[in-house]
Design a protein around this ligand. Structure first.
Ligand code: DX5
Ligand code: ZN
Length: 216
């Protein structure tokens, strides 16, 4: 089954509650929350108190994407704030610390996940594959919404799909960056089952129709 995860980076932050409440009725499966620290990526977005506030009003599970340096420092805070899936970047710390952070997330009752930036090879997920409930393949350089989809990430997506099917079949495979109706189909054809969409979702005058098209 294909799932959708609208990224609220493209929502209207003045009307965040309104925009989040509209996601479920439009057919979304997760709320994708982008956390950036100005170090791991050149942008700053939201932190733990805002995730906790979103949790109070969101009927959908929160898919929290941490684009922060040494995320192990904040894993407990984001889990307690209400993340349902918590994604770390493999580039953000050592293998040892990343593994410890994923184990901590699991122990706190949250789904652990990892992400790879475009220049990071597929092999970087292998030490963590069995510890994760979701793997996120970035299809833009993380940091900003509204960038163009990198179709050259599709071989990496297919490789990771094959490893998931062999080693951890329950694990989800998510893509994030430049997803629209056309590129979403390319991602599905290459093995993704969770599609993040920010600008394409929130700019669309009919998000329910857009969501149906992504899942078609
Ligand atoms: C980028 C973020 C994405 C972003 C996607 O670093 O991780 O979630 O919001 O936005 P679009 O869909 O506009 O590329
Ligand atoms: Zn994201």
């Amino acid at each position: 089954m294909i799932k959708t995860a609208p990224s609220i980076l493209s929502a209207d932050f003045v009307n965040l509650e309104r925009d989040i409440r509209a996601l479920g009725p439009a057919g979304a499966d997760y709320v994708h929350v982008d956390v950036m620290d100005g170090l791991f990526v050149p942008n700053i977005t939201i932190g733990i108190p805002v995730v906790a506030a979103i949790k109070r009003i969101s009927p959908l599970p929160l898919d929290v994407h941490l684009m922060i340096d040494r995320p192990i420092r904040y894993v407990e805070g984001f889990c307690k704030a209400g993340a349902d899936v918590l994604t770390l970047h493999v580039e953000a710390d050592t293998v040892e610390n990343t593994r410890a952070a994923l184990e901590q997330i699991r122990a706190l009752g949250v789904h652990p996940a990892i992400s790879v930036k475009p220049k990071t090879p597929a092999e970087a997920v292998l030490p963590f594959l069995k510890l994760c409930d979701l793997i996120l393949v970035m299809t833009v350089e993380p940091g900003f919404g509204g960038q163009s989809f990198m179709e050259d990430m599709m071989p990496k997506l297919r490789t990771i799909r094959a490893w998931i099917d062999e080693q951890n079949p329950g694990c989800e495979l998510e893509v994030d960056g430049g997803v629209n109706e056309r590129t979403g189909k390319i991602c599905r054809d290459n093995g993704a089952n969770v599609l993040v969409a920010g600008s394409a979702w929130f700019k669309n005058p009919d998000p329910a129709a857009f969501c149906r098209a992504l899942k078609a």
